[in-house]
Design a protein around this ligand. Structure first.
Ligand code: ANZ
Length: 881
């Protein structure tokens, strides 16, 4: 055996062994208990793996390896979420077909992942861009169509002029496209939509069935946005129609002083009077340029225009002016509101600006405020100025007025959801084609399942047209098809599905990835589902995780899956941040050091000149270190003035911990880490950095520490050993650590498990002799975390086959008992029972234990305890009277 631990030779050898022996193949229908542990599969980007990727993967891998040793049949798969924009952008820029780029990137990702020794069942690898995969994505789409859950609509969409595509609401924050960071506009286009709203209630209710972080559940609840209220109909006498509003505060009906419709509301042209028409049309145009978020932003100034029309308040017959304003959204509720400026802040602001009356109809104590209301009173309270309802308390009044309206056919109780139908078209090439034919008469015909997959055409150009037509519009041959029933000409759809489609169901394909007949075998599905543990980033809280739950529920209703929820337990890993280093530049381009800068409100100013500066990041490998005035390590770099020529200047850098990104120059490549320290060290370090869920900075010097631990672990096995039974003291150390590691793995507390093993190793290395018995247990304990070194040492210990299925060592409870002492428990000085307790048990605990002892209880029952005297290590005397 080698004296020195050398991961570079042992790691590839074991990886080859696992692959050749298909060590981690999951066995369908095996009688052992099953564990399905799922990782979020990556988008195979050109940049390759990043140290953030393997964090969650290492965590699940530890659990899987541990569970195999516990006798579980484990399904632990990996694949590629490979449709999407970056490959297409790359194709536009370089002419390389996205399929080529994808193949290359997948190969690189696979190589990098295999180097980390994860126990994936590689026979089950899937790729969402593989026709044998997307065939079934299309099949699911057909099921959605058949169930009436997919439809086409002229929809107001978020249009990104920069990417020339539409985006789902979920992909837009603050009016900006998440992908490119550019401003989006509203437009109206024919789009595919999925009726996720029909599942709103169940998506909400069934959150109770799953073991997920509360924060993620809360985000989904908020996204679904259930809101209870009433619809109220206001008559429009001029046009003999009525307008319906949605309100959560029907109790404020007497305080409504105007009506607001969304600019897109279909009744707008009809209520608008001739004198107001020009102004209304101008306003509608300007509103179209804003996103929903901008429109409802509380801090933005409210704007609107009077239509000239009036509506009648059903409770008192008052005539209310009808306005249009863009703070009312077309897609929520009924697209119209009754405005109650006294009790709604947005209405208050609007009414103040346009000098519309404000009426107070609720107050805290049932008395009106003296003078004008200073702001909207939005809380519950007592009704005033509300006719016969005065004095009623808000909650009661809501019910009462709702029944009052119901009786008169003027309103009804309703529930509204903020969730919108899912915009499911993209004007993109690199996505799944829709399996449909568009006939000339406008009907949409689903293709027959036997015709799938509908392959993407091979193309040379990938730019969308400026009008938003998908690149597929250029595939003229592919586009034209015929209706197989009538022989009449038809076209295929130029839109493709969004990237979310493939990731909505990949966990189901892993169950039966090579099935040519159907997406998965129902018996296998019943065997493996649900996913027991799903680990991934919290950024998927509402997008992927909501969409996948929706599809799963549809498949459940159609009888294709057996569980109502796909992912029973969800854990989010915290992001790994990278150190980033920056300096500053003056407007003239001269480099300025961090020590010469003062930050004010986040903006950097030159200390001396007071001028605003810009900041720039320095790539990690250009950062140098020197001691500063107080002897601390301080980063600096040699920076040239902008433009490149001229003397470079040595400037001090500011150290930041930020999300890793190319532009910050702080991405750590796992290959470099594995080359230098080995995969086991990398795995251990990722888990040792801190609790799994916490955001934490990557620190390459920290990895040296875990590498030293592995070197010393190796040395424990290189030493002479003995087969004689280990002394009690060593066994106790061992089993104490084993109990902790076992508990910690079950609770996903890997960092504390590792530190327990570090402590154990330190203690064992101090012992005179190493016992084989101890080595045998310790190496198994470490194996889920650092599998390569464990396999190698296991073989050295004389075992023939892999350690992967060796039973997890059983904790011997008798070895966990701490040293104990015997105490006498007395009542009024009389011995009632002896008591054996841990030596270091505290006073309070001792008292409690003595008082609750059955032999003591009966002597103190019904009596007053005057005091308890504790003499540690000797006696507990209870004095009663
Ligand atoms: C009158 C009222 C009085 C309201 C009051 C609130 C307070 P959530 O909780 O979000 O469901 N609203 C209804 N439809 C809207 C739309 N399409 N765009 C913008 N706002 C809309 O809030 C529902 C409340 O938001 C509704 O109740 C309505 O204003 C407004 F003292 O009606 B309320």
């Amino acid at each position: 055996m080698r004296d020195r631990y050398d991961p570079a030779t042992i790691e590839p050898r074991w990886q080859k062994y696992w692959e050749e022996n298909r060590t981690f193949a999951a066995v369908d229908f095996d009688p052992r208990p099953k564990l399905y542990a799922l990782d979020m599969f990556p988008y195979p980007s050109g940049a390759g793996l990043h140290v953030g990727h393997p964090e969650g993967w290492t965590a699940t891998d530890i659990v899987c390896r541990y569970k195999r040793m516990r006798g579980y049949n484990v399904l632990h798969p990996m694949g590629w979420d490979a449709f999407g924009l970056p490959a297409e952008k790359f194709a536009v820029d370089t002419g390389t077909h996205p399929a080529v780029t994808t193949r290359r990137n997948v190969a690189n990702f696979r190589r990098q992942i295999k180097r980390l020794g994860f126990s994936y069942d590689w026979d089950r690898e899937v790729n969402t861009t593989d026709p044998e995969y997307y065939r079934w994505t299309q099949w699911i789409f057909l099921q959605l169509m058949k169930a009436g859950l997919a439809y086409q609509a002229e929809a107001p969409v978020n249009w990104c002029p920069h990417c020339r595509t539409v985006a789902a609401n979920e992909e837009v924050t603050g009016g900006v496209h998440e992908r490119c960071g550019k401003e989006m506009v509203r437009a109206s286009m024919r789009q595919w939509m999925l009726r996720i709203t029909r599942y709103a209630e169940r998506l909400l209710d069934d959150l109770d069935l799953v073991d997920w972080p509360e924060s993620i559940k809360a985000m989904q609840r908020e996204w679904i946005g259930r809101s209870e209220g009433a619809e109220v109909d206001f008559a429009l006498p001029q046009i003999e129609e009525s307008i319906r509003v949605f309100t959560t505060r029907p109790d404020t009906l007497f305080g409504a002083t105007y009506i607001v419709m969304a600019p897109e509301h279909p009744l707008v042209p009809r209520v608008t009077t001739e004198t107001q028409r020009a102004a209304v049309e101008r306003y509608i145009k300007s509103a179209a340029r804003k996103s929903d978020l901008e429109r409802t932003d509380l801090s933005k100034d409210k704007t609107g225009v009077f239509t000239g029309g009036y509506a009648k308040n059903p409770v008192n017959g008052e005539s209310l002016p009808i306005w249009i304003a863009d703070y009312v959204l077309a897609g929520y509720g009924t697209g119209a509101i009754m405005a109650v400026p006294g009790h709604d802040s947005r209405d208050f602001e609007f009414a103040t600006r346009y000098e519309i009356p404000i009426v107070e109809v609720v107050s805290k104590d049932g008395r009106p405020t003296e003078g004008p209301l200073p702001e909207a009173f939005t809380e519950d309270g007592i009704a005033i100025n509300s006719g016969e309802f005065d004095g009623m308390e808000t909650v009661k009044f809501k019910q009462r007025i709702t029944s009052w309206l119901e009786e008169r056919g003027r309103g009804r109780a309703t529930v509204n959801y903020r969730l919108r139908d899912w915009l499911f078209s993209r004007q993109r090439y690199w996505g799944e084609p829709f399996p449909v034919r568009l006939l000339e008469d406008g009907t949409v015909q689903p293709m027959d399942e036997s015709e799938l997959p509908l392959l993407l055409p091979d193309m040379q150009r990938f730019e969308p047209s400026a009008t938003g037509e998908s690149p597929l519009a250029y595939a003229t041959e592919w586009l034209s098809t015929t209706d197989p029933d009538t022989g009449r000409p038809a076209r295929h759809e130029t839109h493709t599905m969004p990237q979310w489609a493939g990731s909505c169901w990949y966990y189901l394909r892993f169950i039966d990835p090579h099935n040519q007949e159907r997406p998965w075998d129902p018996d296998k599905e019943r065997y493996w589902m649900p996913v027991d543990l799903y680990v991934g980033g919290a950024e998927h809280a509402v997008l992927h995780l909501l969409y996948a739950r929706f599809w799963h529920k549809v498949l459940f209703d159609l009888g294709h899956v057996s569980t109502p929820e796909p992912f029973m337990r969800l854990v989010n890993q915290g992001m790994i941040l990278g150190f980033a280093y920056r300096f500053f530049r003056s407007a003239e381009g001269a480099p300025v050091g961090a020590d010469e800068v003062r930050l004010e409100g986040g903006a950097p100013y030159h200390r001396k000149t007071g001028k605003v500066l810009t900041s720039e990041y320095v790539p990690l490998d250009e950062v140098r270190w020197r001691p500063d005035a107080s002897g601390e390590r301080c980063p600096f770099a040699e920076i040239k003035p902008e433009g490149g020529d001229g003397e470079s200047r040595r400037v001090q850098l500011e150290e930041l911990t930020e999300k890793m990104s190319k532009s910050r120059g702080n991405v750590v490549n796992p290959d470099v880490i594995v080359d230098e320290f080995g995969a086991d060290a990398m795995r251990l370090y990722e888990m040792f950095m801190g609790p799994l869920e916490v955001v934490k900075p990557w620190n390459t010097s920290g990895i040296q520490g875990v590498r030293r631990f592995l070197d010393r672990f190796w040395s424990l096995f290189v030493r002479d050993y003995t087969d004689s039974p280990a002394p009690m003291s060593q066994l106790k150390m061992l089993h104490k650590a084993l109990a902790k590691v076992t508990r910690d793995i079950e609770a996903l507390r890997f960092n504390t498990a590792i530190s327990a093993m570090m402590t154990l190793l330190n203690d064992l290395l101090k012992e005179e002799q190493v016992h084989r018995e101890v080595q045998n247990v310790f190496v198994r304990m470490l194996s889920p975390f650092a599998p390569h070194i464990a396999e190698e040492l296991w073989r050295e210990l004389g075992h023939e086959s892999t350690i992967a299925y060796e039973p997890w060592p059983e904790v011997r409870p008798e070895l966990l008992v701490e040293e104990t002492v015997k105490l006498a428990v007395q009542v009024n000085g009389k011995l009632r029972t002896p008591l054996e307790v841990p030596k270091d048990m505290g006073r309070e605990e001792l008292e409690k234990l003595a008082l609750n002892h059955p032999k003591v209880e009966r002597h103190v029952e019904g009596k007053t305890i005057r005091k308890v005297v504790v003499v540690p290590g000797r006696v507990v005397n209870i004095v009663v009277g």
